[in-house]
Ligand binder design. Structure first.
Ligand SMILES: *[C@@H]1O[C@H](CO)[C@@H](O)[C@H](O)[C@H]1NC(C)=O
Ligand SMILES: *[C@@H]1O[C@H](CO)[C@@H](O)[C@H](O)[C@H]1NC(C)=O
Ligand SMILES: *[C@@H]1O[C@H](CO)[C@@H](O)[C@H](O)[C@H]1NC(C)=O
Length: 552
């Protein structure tokens, strides 16, 4: 991969002199100029006592407005779906469900029709009121991620309803907590989560349940007994087709979703507006260098459950560019023993170009590949040779002789052979996992640091930073700014060699509060809108953030 002018000028939207760098590049040079790796963020000149400087993306440095959207005409997730690239790619595959043996695809055209029908069906079937930004607008979605959960969320948001996404693996106490704090009346479920919802719905506010699949007689009887109207997903679509209504389109300041998570040791609902999630999607698109841009040719699979806002951010990115998303590879987040068999069979069928995952699944994939090939002479020789090219010369190559001899075959068998990018969301030390991904799987690896309260990603590693400190999570994305504040337990802005402290983030992606819990909100959001994450960080000299741990 040679460095092109676009990549450079893109990365140089800052202070370093382009001319000086261009004059020394050549085709066999590193994928990125080393000087760019030395200054990955823009720190503010001024800083307050007890705090570090404020670090920004070099693309939106201090003094400029933070990124809000990728396109002035796109102000909400409704706009994104209606105006994004998927629209101009009408007959291409858009959303797919992996059914255990094959991926069943739908085009944007089909999905768009289903979103409209489901929106109208929902408005007719459940007695909700759009735009109230309170319980009468709330729609719970409690299921494994699928094309149908995408359709349900998109439909709800297109009518100014607020979605409350809940992971299929959520515990019943967690679900009960959500029902009681939000007074949720309407919930979309799948065949597996229906019995769980019914088991906790007695005496709650739940009145309308929409199930993707056919409920059993016993389930119908149980719903009936609890005065719940239970309807099949496809029937709600049919109701909508028969009762067309215009969408009540949302505004950027309207609530898009509430994601329940743990905050200060308690369960709390993170209120995210359309503009918050949109800013995160726009930033993801912006940080991709030109020769790595996400395009209509890209296909995403991810292992995050529905309750993780990253699933919304990443699918938003793919809809914007008109790429495709294959569902069915979800891995429950709190499981320590992750079963990657399904992820792998799904990937072989879906042939993703992008995989987003925590590191657990990839650690297992690495173990599997190493136990299978690790003793082969060619594998070992190839690994060492490619690792040298990567770390010493700063080049990721996918077509040298070792690729032909061993790695191409591994790539084919592991993820179908098209993978080019792995996005890691994980706070721990990734060790040599990114190097493994680059060498063996031939893909770019981009570790990130995310929090629900920031609509997903806060910092992301720079592409091509192959020798990065494995505990670093890169620099702030363009929609937010980050500073560290002193912690009495001994992490200080004045620490040497590097400043340390509690990670604080502010920006267009940052939430406005926890649902109905102003006390917990005021514990973590200060008067200047800084969200104090409770995570401890350290600024490395090149402007990247290392995660040190969490506050007790
Ligand atoms: C999965 O989908 C394929 C293609 O539509 C179909 O042939 C197959 O029978 C399905 N398998 C299951 C288990 O539903
Ligand atoms: C930080 O800077 C060094 C060079 O000073 C570079 O080699 C390294 O890859 C950079 N990135 C990280 C995340 O540590
Ligand atoms: C919130 O804080 C106020 C003042 O400290 C207190 O009176 C109130 O009970 C708290 N509310 C909850 C729900 O904890």
């Amino acid at each position: 991969m040679s460095l092109d002018l676009d990549t450079l000028s893109f990365l140089l939207l800052g202070s370093i002199s382009t001319v000086a760098l261009l004059s020394i590049r050549n085709a066999k040079g590193p994928d990125v100029h080393p000087l760019l790796l030395n200054a990955q963020a823009d720190p503010s000149r001024l800083r307050h006592v007890g705090e570090t400087a404020i670090y920004r993306s070099r693309m939106h440095p201090n003094g400029s407005p933070l990124m809000l959207t990728m396109d002035r005409n796109i102000r909400t997730l409704h706009d994104l779906f209606e105006l994004g690239g998927a629209k101009s790619n009408l007959n291409a595959k858009f959303l797919g469900n992996f059914n255990g043996s094959a991926v069943v695809w739908q085009t944007y055209d089909e999905v768009k029709r289903r979103v409209d029908n489901f929106r109208c069906g929902l408005a007719t079937f459940a007695s909700l009121t759009p735009k109230t930004n309170d319980a009468s607008s709330f729609v719970g979605v409690f299921a494994k991620s699928s094309s149908e959960t995408f359709i349900a969320e998109q439909a709800a948001n297109s009518h100014s309803y607020v979605t409350i996404p809940i992971a299929a693996s959520a515990r019943t106490t967690f679900i009960s907590h959500i029902l009681s704090t939000t007074s949720l009346t309407t919930v979309v479920v799948d065949k597996e989560t229906l019995p769980i919802l019914l088991s906790v719905a007695e005496g709650t506010s739940v009145k309308y349940v929409i199930v993707d699949g056919t409920p059993s007689h016993a389930e119908l009887a149980s719903a009936n007994e609890k005065n719940i109207k239970l309807e099949e997903f496809k029937n709600v679509e049919a109701i909508g087709a028969a009762h067309p209504t215009s969408p009540v389109v949302p505004e950027p300041e309207d609530i898009c979703s509430i994601y329940f998570t743990k905050a200060s040791g308690k369960k709390a609902g993170v209120v995210l507006k359309h503009k918050n999630i949109l800013a995160n999607i726009a930033s993801y698109i912006a940080i991709m260098p030109p020769n790595q841009k996400v395009t209509a040719a890209d296909r995403l699979i991810y292992s995050y459950p529905l309750g993780n806002v990253l699933s919304r951010v990443l699918t938003g990115m793919l809809s914007y560019v008109g790429g495709s998303i294959a569902y069915g590879c979800e891995i429950a987040e709190d499981e320590e023993v992750v079963d990657i068999t399904r992820l792998q069979t799904c990937a072989q069928q879906a042939m993703p170009t992008i995989i987003a995952s925590g590191s657990l699944a990839f650690t297992q994939i690495k173990d599997r590949i190493e136990s299978h090939y690790g003793n082969s002479f060619l594998y070992k020789r190839g690994y060492e040779a490619k690792k040298r090219t990567l770390l010493n010369e700063g080049r990721l190559v996918v077509d040298n002789r070792y690729d032909m001899l061993v790695f191409r075959d591994i790539r084919q068998k592991t993820f179908g052979g098209s993978l080019r990018l792995v996005l890691f969301d994980n706070n721990g030390d990734l060790g040599d996992l990114p190097t493994f991904v680059r060498v063996v799987l031939g893909a770019q690896a981009v570790p990130t640091y995310s929090r629900t309260e920031a609509s997903g990603t806060i910092t992301a590693s720079m592409f091509f930073d192959y020798a990065a400190n494995p505990a670093s999570r890169g620099s702030p994305t363009p929609c937010n700014e980050v500073k560290l504040i002193d912690l009495p337990e001994g992490y200080l802005a004045t620490d040497t060699p590097n400043p340390r402290g509690e990670i604080c983030v502010r920006g267009n992606n940052v939430f406005s509060g926890y649902w109905g819990d102003s006390n917990t909100t005021s514990e973590v959001l200060d008067g200047d809108k800084w969200f104090m994450t409770g995570d401890i960080g350290e600024w490395l000299p090149n402007g990247t953030l290392k995660i040190v741990g969490s506050k007790k």
